[in-house]
Design a protein around this ligand. Structure first.
Ligand SMILES: [Zn+2]
Length: 120
């Protein structure tokens, strides 16, 4: 797996957190410890959500768009290779309360008719 795109995006995000926090502190010279912590948590939650999304989508199961049929994920019921169906966007919430969207390929089983998002 190529980690370069991650590195670049994550560095940018991490930098946003750090410069954003530094600026926030200048603008809030009398902030309490709790306020500082909340402001930091809010920014870190965004970074965390983005990393989580990138990492989740990077799994092999999520990325079978280009895969030949014999490399498709298998049906958990009967072990048949799944047929590739359309993409669905799944909405999740992280523990930090951030909305997360995962576009995932839906698969159906030609043998037993099961329809599922391959597990990751
Ligand atoms: Zn099946």
């Amino acid at each position: 797996m190529d980690t370069k795109p991650f590195d670049r995006r994550w560095h940018e995000l991490a930098e946003e957190v750090m410069t954003g926090m530094a600026e926030w502190r200048v603008q809030h010279p009398h902030a309490t410890f709790r306020q500082i912590e909340a402001a930091l948590d809010e920014r870190l939650a965004r970074l965390r959500a983005r990393m989580l999304q990138d990492l989740a989508l990077a799994s092999t199961a999520a990325d079978w768009d280009q895969a030949p049929a014999h490399e498709h994920p298998v049906c958990p019921q009967c072990g048949q290779r799944l047929h590739r169906e359309s993409q669905h966007t799944r909405h999740l919430q992280t523990q930090g309360g951030q909305d997360l969207r995962l576009a995932r390929r839906y698969g159906t089983c030609p043998a037993c008719g099961a329809g599922l998002f391959p597990p990751r």
